[in-house]
Design a protein around this ligand. Structure first.
Ligand code: PGU
Length: 401
C-alpha cells in the first residue's frame, strides 16, 4: 500500500481561498436572495486589452498551419520576451539569460520550494500570501504544527504589524536559509523603501541566506521614491531571486504567465551556481510556458500594450482609493495605495467573526486576516479588483455599517 505523504497531512486546514468560497456558497444556500459583492480573492475582473488578445489569437492561428506550426519551445521562454521584460523592468540590472519565463508566479513558488529541498530553514512575513507557509510545509521544510504557538516547528514567522510599519525586525535573526519577502505586500499593501530593502539584502549577506522576493504587485507602486525590484539594491543579485507575474499586470490570472530571475551570481554554500542547477531541475520537470501566452506577453511589452496596461492598473487603484475612503470612515486602514488591497483593522475579535459580520450585514465577501497568518488576527483584507459599479456599491454598504 502507498503510504501517506506526511507533509500533506501536516497542513492545518483547506487552502484559504477555497475556504472563503465554501463559506460564501453556504451563506448563499441559506440566503439565496443575497446580492453578494466579492472583494475576496485577488482576481482581475477587467478584460484584457484587445491588442493583447489579438496577438494571442494570431499565435493560436499560426499553430493551424503546417508552415508556421511550432511545438515545444525553449524551457526558459522566448528570448525576445525575456529581453523585453529585462529591458523594461530591470534595465542595467538583469541579464535576459538570468530570467526564466514561467506559467505564473504561484507555479514557480511551488517549484522553488521543491528545488531547495527539505533541509532549509525558512522565514517569512506574518501575515503573508499563504503559499509561502503551505508550500514550505508540503516541501517538508517545517516540523509539526504546534497549536499552542499557532505555527509550525522549524519555521520562523516575522511579525509585520502597524507597530513596526509592517517591516520585520531582522536584527536578532539568525539561522535562516530562505526568506520570503513580498513588496507591495500581500495582504497589507505595505511597500518596502530603499532603506528597508537594503536592510533585507544586508541580512541575507550576513546570514548567507537567499531572499525569494515576490514582486507580483510591483506595477501598482505609484510613489516614485519606492523601489519596484529588489535588484535596485546594490548586491541583491548575489542573494535574491525575484518572481514577477503578468496576472495582476495584464489580467493574465487565467492565461498564466510570469517569470523568475535567478541571477548568475547566486551561489549555494559550496559555490555551485543556483541558476545552473535550476536550469537542470526545470528542464526535467517543466516544458515551458504556453507559446500563445508568451505572444500575449510580448504584446504587453509593446509601447501600446504598456499604455493599455497602465490604464487598467490606474482603474484598480482608483477602486482601491474609493474603497479605502469609505472604510476609513468606519474602521482603520493601513494600505498606502501602492497595491490593490486594503488591509483593515476591525477590532480585537477574530477575523472570521468580522468576515461573517461583513457577509451578514453588508453581503460583502472579504478575506479574514488570520488566513494570512497569526498577525492578521483582527484584520480583514478587501480586494479592489471589481467593476466600478460594484466597488461603489460596496463602498456605500460599508458606510451603512
Ligand atoms: N504572489 C502573490 C503575492 C500573490 O498575491 C499571488 C496571487 C500570486 C503570487 C499568484 O500569482 P500568479 O502569477 O497568478 O500565479 N494572490 C491572489 C490569488 C490567490 C491565489 O491562491 O493565488 C490573492 O488573492 O492573494
Amino acid at each position: 500500500m502507498v503510504k501517506l505523504n506526511q507533509n500533506i497531512t501536516k497542513l492545518q486546514s483547506s487552502y484559504l481561498f477555497p475556504e472563503v468560497l465554501r463559506r460564501k456558497k453556504s451563506f448563499l444556500e441559506k440566503n439565496p436572495e443575497a446580492d453578494l459583492i466579492s472583494l475576496s480573492i485577488g482576481d482581475t475582473t477587467e478584460p484584457i486589452p484587445s491588442l493583447i488578445t489579438e496577438a494571442m489569437n494570431k499565435a493560436a492561428t499560426s499553430l493551424a498551419s503546417k508552415k508556421s506550426y511550432v511545438g515545444y519551445g525553449p524551457e526558459q521562454g522566448l528570448l525576445e520576451l525575456r529581453e523585453k521584460i529585462t529591458a523594461k523592468y530591470y534595465p542595467e540590472h538583469i541579464d535576459p539569460n538570468d530570467l526564466f519565463i514561467n506559467d505564473g508566479a504561484k507555479c514557480d513558488l511551488g517549484r522553488l520550494q521543491m528545488f531547495f529541498g527539505q533541509k532549509v530553514h525558512v522565514a517569512l512575513q506574518d501575515p503573508a500570501y499563504p503559499v509561502y507557509v503551505d508550500g514550505s510545509v508540503l516541501a517538508g521544510q517545517t516540523g509539526e504544527f504546534c497549536p499552542d504557538k499557532n505555527t509550525y516547528e522549524d519555521l520562523t514567522l516575522l511579525p509585520c504589524l502597524p507597530e513596526n510599519n509592517f517591516f520585520p525586525n531582522l536584527d536578532n535573526l539568525s539561522g535562516i536559509d530562505l526568506i520570503y519577502f513580498c513588496s507591495p505586500h500581500n495582504p497589507t499593501g505595505a511597500t518596502a523603501t530603499f532603506e528597508q530593502l537594503e536592510k533585507l539584502v544586508a541580512f541575507a549577506k550576513r546570514n548567507k541566506a537567499i531572499i525569494i522576493y515576490d514582486s507580483a504587485y510591483a506595477f501598482y507602486i505609484q510613489d516614485p521614491s519606492l523601489p519596484k525590484s529588489i535588484y535596485e539594491i546594490e548586491g541583491a543579485d548575489e542573494v535574491a531571486i525575484e518572481i514577477g507575474s503578468f496576472s495582476k499586470l495584464a489580467g493574465f490570472t487565467g492565461v498564466r504567465l510570469g517569470w523568475s530571475i535567478i541571477p548568475q551570481k547566486l551561489k549555494f554554500e559550496d559555490g555551485t551556481s543556483v541558476k545552473k542547477l535550476w536550469y537542470r531541475y526545470l528542464s526535467t520537470i517543466y516544458n515551458g510556458a504556453s507559446n500563445i501566452a508568451q505572444y500575449g506577453g510580448l504584446a504587453c511589452m509593446s509601447r501600446d500594450g504598456q499604455l493599455e496596461l497602465k490604464k487598467i492598473i490606474s482603474f484598480y487603484l482608483e477602486n482601491a482609493r474609493i474603497l479605502k475612503e469609505a472604510i476609513d470612515e468606519k474602521f482603520q486602514t493601513f494600505s498606502p495605495l501602492n497595491a490593490p488591497y486594503i488591509w483593515t483593522y476591525l477590532g480585537p475579535k477574530s477575523s472570521w467573526d468580522y468576515f461573517n459580520m461583513l457577509l451578514e450585514k453588508a453581503s460583502l465577501v472579504t478575506v479574514p486576516g488570520s488566513g494570512f497568518g497569526h498577525c492578521g488576527e483582527g484584520f480583514v483584507r478587501f480586494s479592489a479588483f471589481g467593476s466600478r459599479e460594484n466597488i461603489q456599491r460596496a463602498a456605500k454598504r460599508i458606510l451603512t455599517l
